[in-house]
Design a protein around this ligand. Structure first.
Ligand code: BYC
Length: 327
């Protein structure tokens, strides 16, 4: 038995130093780790946690926009929003499948979401108040998600990296449809432009919180980067996102809701004002405006779908019985 600072958030492992070194060598050589390969327990645990949270975020993330499908202002907007929300459901399914390759079951992950044990992205615990929020979510939330997920396409775990390729293609469409809604609102009446500004004011800070705590407070970053699960730190991705987004806001003629935001000539990058981490942790710990509603909605969907699961199992049992009788 060896205790290695190398392993997972709890820092302990039963694996030998030789095993850990051989594994790290594969990671350093940019080899993909596949489901049946030997891997440290902490590597598996970290992936189950992150991929599970990611899958839950996609599924819970259907709710804020789903809220506006019946209120889209035109058939074209309704069709695009419906397709986007369906895509998010699909992303959740690829991700649950990727997590299942690590030995965790879909039932277990669902139980952990519904019991509040598993986290999902803080961003989805904010309400959607106007049609402009559909634009701002696509532009900012999907924009932040892509920034994070492009890096995950190079994650060391093969099934996660491969799932991310398709997800990123779809997220890119989502980002554009959101930005296009913002363009139209900003070219519209003063009231429409004000609606777009209001959505930016509310969604900006929660969207930059999506990248997680500052690097110094990020419990998992160091080990996850060593294992090449994460390729960039939380702050590095947040900075890239802000640098890409500020010119887009300027193009829209909108004002960033951060009076301290300034261009740093030396770094060739933006510096942002202080993030309200008290609000972030409050939301992560379940006390955001929409946390209770989101889980209630998921619980209802799970309960309403019980007959589908039962019917699928009964159908499979019938088919098996028929097959066995024929053999
Ligand atoms: N919200 O050590 P850290 C989408 C937690 S959905 C809640 O930095 P890590 C979309 C973190 O879990 C896209 N919790 O963690 C869908 C950890 O707690 P535990 C969602 C957060 O894992 C529909 C603790 O804080 N994307 O695109 O190294 C419509 C310490 O953090 C958050 C993903 O899930 C947060 N924002 O890094 C529209 C991407 N941030 O587990 C769009 C995959 C941190 O120790 N995930 N925490 O209890 C990741 O890349 C990483 O997990 C994170 C955090 C960068 C999020």
């Amino acid at each position: 038995m060896y205790s290695q600072g190398l392993i997972g958030a709890d820092g302990s492992s039963d694996e030998t130093p030789e095993f850990l070194e051989a594994f790290q060598k594969r990671i350093d050589a940019e080899e993909k780790i596949e489901p049946n390969d030997p891997m440290p327990a902490g590597y598996r645990r970290t992936l189950v946690r992150q991929i599970g949270q990611h899958a839950h975020s996609e599924i819970v993330g259907m709710l804020p926009e789903g809220n506006f499908i019946t209120r889209a202002p035109s058939l074209k907007r309704k069709a695009a929003l419906l397709a986007k929300v369906q895509d998010e459901g699909g992303h959740g399914l690829y991700l649950y499948s990727a997590a299942e390759t690590l030995g965790v079951s879909r039932e277990q992950m669902t139980d952990e979401l519904l019991s509040g044990k598993a986290k999902y992205s803080s961003i989805f615990n904010y309400p959607t108040l106007s049609w402009a929020d559909m634009g701002a979510i696509g532009w900012l939330v999907d924009g932040a998600a892509i920034m994070n997920q492009i890096a995950l396409c190079r994650c060391s775990y093969g099934p996660y990296a491969r799932a991310m390729i398709r997800v990123c293609k779809e997220e890119s469409f989502h980002q554009r449809q959101g930005y296009e809604i913002m363009i139209e609102l900003c070219r519209g009446t003063p009231a429409q432009k004000q609606m777009a500004q209001d959505a930016l004011n509310r969604i900006w800070w929660p969207s930059i919180m999506m990248f997680g705590p500052h690097d110094g407070d990020s419990a998992h970053s160091e080990q996850s980067m060593k294992w090449k699960i994460k390729r960039f730190s939380n702050d590095a991705l947040r900075r890239k996102f802000i640098d890409a987004t500020v010119p887009q806001a300027e193009y829209l003629g909108l004002t960033m809701p951060d009076p301290d935001l300034r261009w740093d000539e030396d770094k060739q990058s933006y510096e942002h004002g202080p993030i309200d981490w008290t609000e972030f942790w409050n939301v992560v710990k379940g006390h955001g405006i929409m946390n209770v509603d989101r889980i209630k909605a998921r619980q209802k969907a799970h309960d309403d779908g019980a007959w589908v699961r039962e019917a699928a199992l009964a159908h499979a049992a019938k088919r098996n019985a028929r097959k066995e009788a024929a053999e």
